[in-house]
Design a protein around this ligand. Structure first.
Ligand SMILES: [Zn+2]
Length: 101
């Protein structure tokens, strides 16, 4: 009779530890995801050449992302057109030449 109780106790213990382990794993996964999200936000955009974080700079109404190491500039969709409209000179014509306007 006591053997049955022992087995039942063992099964309950195993179940308990499995549940605890699963809870711990879930918590670790959530913490890792939150940490990765926070790191991504803090780091911002990265230079595609691997120089680190880009710095935001206002140019007229456009905010560009510039690398302080290589000087490379990253533009969002439509920002090149906006900058060329603002310049209104040869650069505007140059950009238009690619768009069949
Ligand atoms: Zn760079």
């Amino acid at each position: 009779m006591s053997e049955i109780f022992d087995e039942r106790r063992k099964a309950l213990e195993e179940d308990y530890f499995r549940r605890k382990e699963r809870e711990l794993l879930d918590k670790m996964r959530q913490d890792a995801a939150a940490e990765a999200a926070a790191r991504g936000q803090a780091a911002g955009r990265q230079c595609p050449l691997g120089h680190g974080a880009l710095v935001e700079e206002a140019r007229g109404s456009v905010v560009i992302d510039r690398c302080e190491k290589c000087g490379g500039i990253w533009l969002d969709p439509g920002e090149l057109e906006e900058m060329s409209r603002q310049s209104g000179g040869w650069f505007d014509n140059f950009v238009r030449s690619f768009k069949n306007e």
